[in-house]
Write a protein that binds this ligand. Structure first.
Ligand code: OAD
Length: 226
């Protein structure tokens, strides 16, 4: 089976009602990223950070996977599919994808700030002040914040290098190191990009660009590769 590696961003979940970050009306227009998604914010304005992620979690519990998530899961019948996502939602998993690597963490999980391997599945939408890890530390969202390392990159780079086909869906490719993954494809590997906008990170790269929303774009992509 050919290996299809897919890098996804918030755009793939837009049609499920999840907000993107940098589009008009995106989250970073409404919030200052350094005030809600950084270790400093957690230190100085914990209640705002908690509220921000609690709201995101609430929205996620009300959302469902869309046709693009389902199409990727369905492609497992014909390809060895590996998803690498910048998204913290669980819509790929809920659509049935088996191999999902989260680069930026997972919204439904929380962890101990001291022992980072101590990760808990949160029951419901709310992380509360006073919810403690075994060691007595306030639990934090299991999210990679700005300025923090992205440990999953170590797994992602060799996966991208193994790709026979590389697909990018719904990401502006603005945020590193994730955006740099595209550079680890082999020379002969075709790269497809699905996005209704113009992802800045593509630049002058030689890609097959499908300028459509994720659900429609996936249909075109499947026609091209199957
Ligand atoms: P962005 O908001 O930067 O980019 C979203 C992309 O999705 C844009 O290129 C849009 O054109 C595209 N898009 C919008 N609607 C779409 C649709 N229906 N179908 C397909 N594409 C659509 O979001 P990301 O690239 O995901 O990190 O952002 C990367 C990281 O920056 C996030 O993981 C997050 C953020 O700060 C952290 O919070 C650590």
């Amino acid at each position: 089976m050919e290996k299809l590696v897919v890098l996804t961003g918030s755009g793939i979940s837009a049609e499920s009602g999840i907000k993107t970050f940098r589009d008009n009306g995106g989250l970073w227009e409404e919030f200052d990223v350094t005030e809600v998604a950084s270790p400093k914010a957690w230190e100085h304005n914990r209640s705002l950070v908690m509220r921000f992620y609690n709201e995101r979690r609430k929205a996620l519990l009300e959302a469902n996977p869309n046709g693009a998530h389902f199409a990727l899961a369905e492609l497992e019948k014909k390809f060895d599919v590996q998803i690498i996502t910048q998204n913290v939602d669980d819509l790929h998993e809920r659509a049935g994808s088996s191999n999902v690597l989260h680069l930026h963490g997972e919204l439904k999980k929380v962890r101990c700030p001291v022992n980072e391997q101590e990760i808990y599945e949160l029951d419901g939408w709310e992380l509360k002040e006073g919810s403690l890890s075994k060691g007595g530390h306030q639990l934090r969202p299991h999210i990679v914040w700005f300025g923090e390392a992205v440990p999953a990159m170590e797994k992602a780079v060799p996966l991208v290098n193994e790709a026979d086909i590389f697909l990018v869906v719904g990401t502006s490719l603005n945020v590193y190191p994730a955006a740099g993954l595209i550079n680890y494809t082999r020379n002969e590997t075709p790269i497809y990009v699905i996005d209704p906008g113009e992802p800045v990170g593509i630049g002058s790269m030689d890609v097959h660009f499908i300028q459509k929303k994720a659900t429609e774009g996936m249909k075109d992509f499947i026609k091209k590769i199957v």
